[in-house]
Structure formats: C-alpha cells, structure tokens
Design a binder for this molecule. Structure first.
Ligand code: CP3
Length: 360
C-alpha cells in the first residue's frame, strides 16, 4: 500500500512514480501529461445508486457519515460501478460543524437544517474549534479506504467558509442567501469572526484527511456564485485563502469549486487553488482564459444533460474534451453534483466515453 501524501507536486519538478500520486487524476491536477483525461463525478458517492439507497434505508445520513465501515462501502460503490479515476469520501460539508458542537440535521430532500441559527458574536463563540479526535471516524474511514483503493486516488473535501456560513446564518438552505448577506453587510465584524472560525475548522478537517492519506482535496464553495466579484474578494476570499494556504505544503492538489461562479473564476484560483472547478455555464476554453495558465480546470457537463438521448450526451462530452484541451490540465466532471434521479448506467457510459475519446 502506498500513501497518497508522499508524492511531490509539480512545483518541485520532481517526477513521482507509482501509487495514486502518479494516477491520471492527480497528474492532471498538477498539469502533467496523462494517458487519458481522468473523470469522476461530484456527488457520485450515493444518491443515484440503488446499492446506496439500500444501505441508507436503515441509517440516517449523519450516522452513516460517522461509521467508517459504511463510509468505506459507500465511497467504493461508484468506483466499482463506473470505473471512475478517483473516489470521493462519503461525508457531508456539515459533518465538521456537528463535531464543533453545532446542533443540526440533514433532512432528506431539503438538506442541512440548523437548530439555532448563528447571527451574533456570542453565537459564533459557541462554535468551538475542532481537533483530530473530534473527527476520528473520518481519519479511520480514510485509512481504510486508502488501503482498499490501491492505485485509485481518494479525494477528501470540506465546505468553504461562505457556504458553511450560509447554512449557519440562514438556519437551512436558502435561495437568496438574504440573511447571510444582511450579516455580511450589516455586521462585518460578526461576519469575519464567523468565517475565521469556520476557516479554522475547515482547515483542521482537511488536514485530518490529508494526514490519513487522501490524494487531493476539494473545497466546495457551492453558493459563492451568489456574490459579486468585489464582495467575494472582500468578504470571502481572505477566509478561503487561509484554508487553501494551510494546505499548500501538504503535497496534495487543491480543487476549488462553486456554482454560478463565471465572474469569480480568477479570484477562486487566486485564493490558492491548483484546480478550479467550472460549472456548465462557462465553456472550459473561456474559463481557462479567465483562470490563467497556472491552474488546471475541472468540469463541466450540465448534470441535467444526463437525461438527454445518448447522441446528445456524446456530442457534449466530446465538445467538453475538446475545449478542455485548451487548459493546462483537465479533469472531466459534471458542472455540479449528480442528481438523484440520474440513471447510473448513463454515468458509467460517460466515464467510458471520456476514457476512450481522450486516449493518447
Ligand atoms: O459524492 C458524494 O456524494 C460525496 C459525499 C458528499 C455529500 N455531500 C453527501 C450527501 C459531498 C461531497 C457533499 C457535499 C455537499 N453537501 C455540498 C457541496 C456539494 C454541492 O453539491 O454543491 C453541499 C452544499 C452539501 C449540503 C447538503 N447535504 C445538501 C444540499 C444536501 C442535499 C439534500 C438532498 O436531499 O438532496 C445534503 C445531503 C447529502 N449529502 C446527501 C448525500 C449523499 C443526500 C442525503 C440522502 O441520501 O438522504
């Protein structure tokens, strides 16, 4: 068994041989030559898979995330089925918040719901920093997975401060993020205190995963697209940068993703990403112009396209592969997560097509 953290990044200019650090996925993240374009799907662990639903029928979402055995099984399911180039840890962005003492639940069909929303300095203070011991089940699950996965890299992840703050301030999912923005504009000192605490928790949560052997990390700032570039740079980027900078010396690539972020792509790269995730609204060649030559891109098939007839899907996959060639590195993915109604066989077919059409 080789661990993922031993590889030296492209910055060192040293070749890495063997193990997940030399896999097509990690190589593409470092903008190195690859035998084929690597592919994985956001939210591939679960949701659309019947074998996942069977497991989850008896266990709540947060309880499954705290069981290393269940996490290992669910994480492996899409790798077995689809032949993807990377596994993503089965967990949720709110898991470290529960470890920090926040009372919340994940309500099926709704998402995270927080018992007592956080809107004052006193409420921020009650969110405590976490230690590795608070999330020992994640450490254990990653170690089990790394042993099972062999050459296949495991992606660790966390939610970025803005997206986590949105759930905490709103008390649950929000279309407009109006209370979040009210706090940001109206009480900036509370806002920055909240995001600073969330950055601290997020960094520790990711470092636990890196120490346990993940080969890459993805920072999900799913809802950052709600902000203008100026507000993103002022209120959000400094906190995401703390997280990404804290991972700079770990030797694993950092993917930074959000939805509706066409105007934010350059800033999200500058925040400290090695790979910038792009949703379906921006073609990858245009995204590359915005992001620049020093970072790879990830994306960007519209998840809704998976409901189209196969010839339509095939045309779109080939278009994305062609546009992705303009980037210094390309990881094929959806522009956002797999929708639960997606036919898993279509995902398998897309993964095979990406491999076949991009083989060099
Ligand atoms: O590939 C994977 O599934 C890996 C695990 C994963 C989950 N959540 C499991 C999950 C990952 C990477 C996430 C991240 C996550 N969670 C994000 C960022 C990614 C994105 O899509 O933008 C966000 C915003 C959340 C918060 C959250 N958790 C939402 C919005 C929901 C969906 C509610 C629903 O029912 O659709 C959840 C619940 C959740 N997290 C599920 C899964 C598999 C569904 C729970 C279930 O099966 O009952």
């Amino acid at each position: 068994m080789s661990t993922a953290t031993t590889g030296s990044p492209a910055r060192d200019g040293e070749p890495v041989t063997g193990g997940p650090a030399d896999s097509p996925f990690v190589r593409a993240c470092w903008r190195r030559p690859v035998p084929h374009t690597p592919v994985w799907f956001m939210r591939q662990a679960g949701r659309s898979l019947p074998e996942y639903r069977e497991i989850r029928a008896e266990v709540g979402m947060l309880d499954s995330c705290r069981s290393p055995e269940l996490v290992t099984e669910i994480t492996l399911q899409p790798v077995r089925r689809h032949g993807v180039d990377a596994a993503i840890l089965f967990s949720d962005i709110v898991v470290p918040l529960t470890a920090a003492g926040v009372d919340l639940d994940i309500v099926p069909g709704t998402g995270p719901v927080v018992a007592e929303p956080v809107r004052t300095l006193g409420e921020v203070d009650r969110i405590r920093p976490i230690t590795a011991a608070d999330v020992s089940y994640v450490d254990e699950a990653v170690r089990m997975l790394v042993a099972e996965l062999g050459q296949t890299p495991l992606i660790g992840f966390a939610g970025a401060p803005f997206t986590l703050a949105s759930y905490l301030v709103e008390g649950g999912p929000s279309r407009t993020h109006s209370r979040t923005k009210a706090l940001m504009y109206g009480a900036p000192q509370v806002w920055h205190a909240l995001c600073a605490r969330l950055a601290e928790i997020t960094l520790e949560f990711l470092l636990v995963q890196v120490r346990a052997g993940v080969s890459a990390v993805q920072l999900f700032d799913s809802w950052a697209g709600a902000l203008s570039e100026a507000d993103y740079r002022r209120f959000v980027m400094p906190h995401s940068s703390v997280v990404l900078a804290g991972l700079a010396d770990t030797g694993v690539p950092r993917i930074h993703f959000g939805v509706g972020t066409a105007e934010l792509l350059a800033a999200m790269g500058e925040a400290g990403a090695d790979v910038v995730g792009v949703d379906w609204r921006t073609p990858l060649d245009a995204a590359t112009v915005r992001i620049g030559p020093d970072r790879a891109v990830q994306g960007n098939l519209d998840p809704c396209l998976l409901f189209a007839p196969w010839p339509v899907i095939e045309t779109e996959v080939r278009r994305i592969l062609t546009q992705g060639q303009v980037a210094p590195g390309h990881v094929f993915n959806l522009g956002h997560g797999v929708l639960p109604e997606t036919d898993p066989d279509v995902l398998t077919r897309v993964a095979a097509l990406v491999h076949e059409a991009s083989a060099r």
